[in-house]
Design a binder for this molecule. Sequence first.
Ligand code: AMP
Length: 416
Amino acid sequence: MSFGSLGLCDELLKAVAEQGYTKPSPIQVDAIPVVLSQCDVMAVAHTGTGKTAGFTLPMVQLLSGGPIPKAQCIRALVITPTRELAAQVADSVQNYSRHMNIRSAAVFGGVRIEPQIAQLQGGLDVLVATPGRLIDLYNQQAINFDQLEILVLDEADRMLDLGFIDDILRIQMLLPIKRQTLMFSATFSKEIKSLAKGMLNHPVLIEVTAANSIVETITQKLYPVVKEYKGDLLTYLIKKNTWRQVLVFSRTKQGADSLVVLLKNAGISADSIHANRTQHARTLALDGFKNGTIVALVATDIASRGIDINQLPCVVNFDLPYVAEDYVHRIGRTGRVGTSGLAVSLFSEDESKQLQSIERVIGHKLEREIIPGFAPSEKLLATSPYDDDEYGNFEADSKPGRRGRGGSSSNRKRKN
Ligand code: AMP
């Protein structure tokens, strides 16, 4: 299957070729023709599947050659849960529409509203927005939805997680009833189904499962480790494997900050992105990570959501996520369309429950690897949280010589 056979115009085919994409991903094959036929779409796909191009390319094509947006009017609205994702989607829109006459912009909180009001003044074909700032702009009468033709809800599941449901419903009330609506979500939960029911009109359901998109291209490893040694183990892994770019997930903002200090003390350039940091600090951190001046970017789930870094080689779960589906989202940052990636999880004794549900969700046991000096107690090593009956106990899978390492770990000096 080629991009050419999906019904895209020459300007878009040229832009896609310039991006270096040789063939469409499964979600693009499914979604592009359906969106072009102006049907509503409910797509179950997460970041890393190529979903952004899946809706952006046909959306831009539908908009091209249409009416010029009047002052403050927008013709397509893409709502995203986070600022970073809004900026990235807007970049994609700009990239893909570079050979067309499409005006687009992103608006989100944490930065001054006045330039955004000024941008809207001239009218836009595509606006990418986070819910809060969009409502602020509406309340300030800076935006008009009369000309709206297309609404896209990106990462709808995350919008619900973040408590944006009321904002979304409020925005929906402001939009023309006659419009095309596309909803993207990583999960198809009861809540998403009910949101879809209220917002979509006879949608075509498109599903790209984790199994055929992400997980196959990613090598996943699990390092059982004494909790207090996690920071040292991460330092060790980064240095030993000479990782140049690693996205590290921390469960808490405070945890992210202390980890950055620990890594810096060990001579590894590191920075963090989380909700307590200013938008400016987050952008600087992300830029540094993208241009290679920062080796380790430590992020919380919310802040990291949707971060798009091409061919990210390595993702580390410093803490296992509470919600098993977040594991799939997290490792989706690596092994993007057509590239391979490494996802490493540091697993301490108190995380058995999380590991159990992750292994249920991904449907298999994660490959354990023991690092001498960091190993946990025999008790943890013997734990096979996924399913003892099916997989046998952990002892049978592990490497020879492991037993001695529990002892050596207790001799290690802890860093403060
Ligand atoms: P997304 O799932 O939209 O976040 O896209 C994930 C990554 O895949 C982005 O870096 C895109 O630039 C890239 N991508 C999207 N479509 C393709 C494609 N057909 N071939 C190769 N890479 C792609």
